[in-house]
Ligand binder design. Structure first.
Ligand SMILES: NC(=O)c1ccc[n+]([C@@H]2O[C@H](COP(=O)([O-])OP(=O)(O)OC[C@H]3O[C@@H](n4cnc5c(N)ncnc54)[C@H](OP(=O)(O)O)[C@@H]3O)[C@@H](O)[C@H]2O)c1
Length: 238
């Protein structure tokens, strides 16, 4: 395993849920962190927590479905951090409902956020990683993207598209020494999964954000010659 100390990471949706847990796990390794999201209060509070772990931490408020805002926000964060080594494309939304009950507007918003958000953010970060000569991009998809199911058409389709986009990114960018890692977690206790009625979040049995975060941390610590291209994580017996 290699050390991540002194590296700089951007975590989208880092103000709560899985993104916040990843930001904390990386900060505990000495990684300086830039987090993004729409809720400034959450971002401010999380930045304070990260700074208390002894690293540089900063935030930028923007919606990942707006390409111009993403470009500005990423530039600001890279300037604040000095450079970037790691991007965690974590931000996403889960809107669930039957195909006939879900409006086209909601469907489009899920695709804009989950798919185009990853595209815009990755394209904004790529030139900085290319210039540096190496880097890591972690794309958070979902097991829902591996197989569609009732009541999850928009979410599952968006995550299937993220998996495919991420695999294409990997094929193109590994030549620049950029590891592109496609993760397909199953249900983890968070606002999304609890409010969406997917789990009760029972910490005795159900995956918690810190389980996911430790997994991401360990994947990133692997020797740079090794890249986990795809991976799933499940609760053992929820
Ligand atoms: N929890 C699970 O069971 C599970 C399983 C598989 C995959 N995932 C994936 O894991 C990722 C994190 O999920 P979570 O469970 O932590 O969800 P969450 O608790 O609902 O958090 C979602 C995060 O995404 C950010 N976000 C959402 N829309 C955004 C937008 N338009 N612009 C910028 N930021 C936006 C939110 O930030 P603001 O509120 O500040 O906007 C928040 O930080 C998502 O991609 C999700 O699909 C989750």
């Amino acid at each position: 395993m290699t050390s991540l100390k002194g590296k700089n990471a951007i975590v989208t949706g880092g103000g709560r849920g899985l993104g916040k847990a990843v930001a904390i796990a990386l900060a505990n390794e000495g990684v300086n962190i830039g987090i993004t999201g729409r809720n400034e209060e959450n971002l401010k509070n999380t930045v304070e927590e990260l700074k208390n772990l002894g690293v540089n931490a900063t935030y930028s408020v923007f919606s990942i479905d707006d390409e111009a805002a993403v470009n500005n926000g990423i530039k600001t964060l890279v300037t604040d951090l000095g450079s970037i080594d790691i991007l965690v494309n974590n931000a996403g939304i889960g809107d669930f409902g039957k195909i006939n009950d879900m409006s086209t507007d909601v469907w489009e918003q899920v695709m804009k956020t989950n798919l185009f958000g990853v595209l815009y953010t990755s394209k904004a970060v790529y030139p900085f990683l290319k210039e540096k000569g190496q880097g890591d991009i972690v794309n958070v998809a979902s097991t829902a993207g591996l197989k569609g199911g009732a009541g999850m058409s928009a979410y599952a389709a968006s995550k299937a598209a993220v998996i495919s986009l991420s695999q294409s990114m990997m094929a193109e960018w590994r030549k620049d020494n950029i590891r592109v890692i496609t993760l397909t977690p199953s249900t983890i206790a968070s606002d999304m999964s609890i409010q969406g009625g997917l789990t009760d979040g029972n910490s005795e049995t159900v995956l918690q954000p810190e389980d996911f975060a430790e997994w991401v941390r360990d994947i990133l610590k692997m020797n740079r010659r090794a890249m986990i291209a795809n991976g799933s994580i499940f609760s053992t017996n929820p």
